[in-house]
Design a protein around this ligand. Structure first.
Ligand code: ZN
Length: 217
């Protein structure tokens, strides 16, 4: 029987194992957080179950919901992909169809979480923006003005490079936006902060829509 000799390679392997365990631990927590907020988005009416998507940045990777998954049942439906892959990542085919928009936002801003919803009043208000006019929604209630200022409205097809570019550009100076005729994107330093922004945009748009209705009665 030979005696075991602990070498430098063993030490390196142990260090790698420790990092892997740590990464798994953090990924598990981040995953649980995304599952929780996916449910909250649907419960709050900020997206229907089969629409919207959520992601969270962990270092140079992001956890993101898969395409076609139900936002209120994300268990086993979250994948990890690189923020800035050298070539298309093999998991991109099952990641959200808007993975490129999330990537562009992470690359252009300090966001650590990005949420996407399809809330009704935000979509309606964005559709009332006319080409040639300033593409933004200006809230009327004081809370929304304080937190959101004006809400940019951007264009671009679902998951398109145009949308990725426009959303990333708008979110450099704002925490949330509405994609015209489509839905909302919010960024945050935490998932909770992004959720507050997503909710606030819908609240601002609902109040503004109802005020406009009341005035035109
Ligand atoms: Zn969408």
């Amino acid at each position: 029987m030979g005696s075991a000799v602990y070498t430098e390679t063993d030490e390196n392997n142990d260090t790698l194992k420790c990092f892997s365990v740590l990464l798994l631990y953090y990924s598990h927590n981040e995953m649980q957080e995304l599952i929780k907020y996916g449910k909250k988005i649907v419960e709050s009416g900020l997206a229907h179950s089969h629409f919207g998507n959520v992601s969270k940045r962990v270092g140079d990777q992001m956890l993101i919901s898969t395409t076609g998954s139900m936002l209120d049942e994300l268990e086993g439906q979250i994948v990890t992909v690189p923020i800035d892959p050298a070539s298309p990542d093999e998991l991109d085919v099952i990641a959200s169809s808007e993975v490129n928009v999330h990537r562009a936002i992470y690359k252009a801003t300090s966001a650590l979480a990005v949420l996407h919803g399809h809330s009704k009043y935000a979509v309606v208000m964005s559709m009332l923006c006319k080409p040639g006019e300033q593409m933004q929604i200006v809230p009327e209630d004081s809370e929304s003005i304080y937190f959101l200022h004006e809400i940019p409205v951007v264009t671009g097809g679902i998951g398109s490079e145009e949308l990725a570019r426009n959303a990333a550009q708008a979110l450099r100076d704002h925490k949330g936006l509405v994609v015209q005729g489509h839905g909302t994107f919010a960024r945050g330093a935490t998932v909770d902060e992004a959720f507050v922004i997503l909710s606030s945009i819908e609240h601002a748009c609902m109040v503004k829509y109802l005020c406009d209705m009341a005035r035109n009665k």
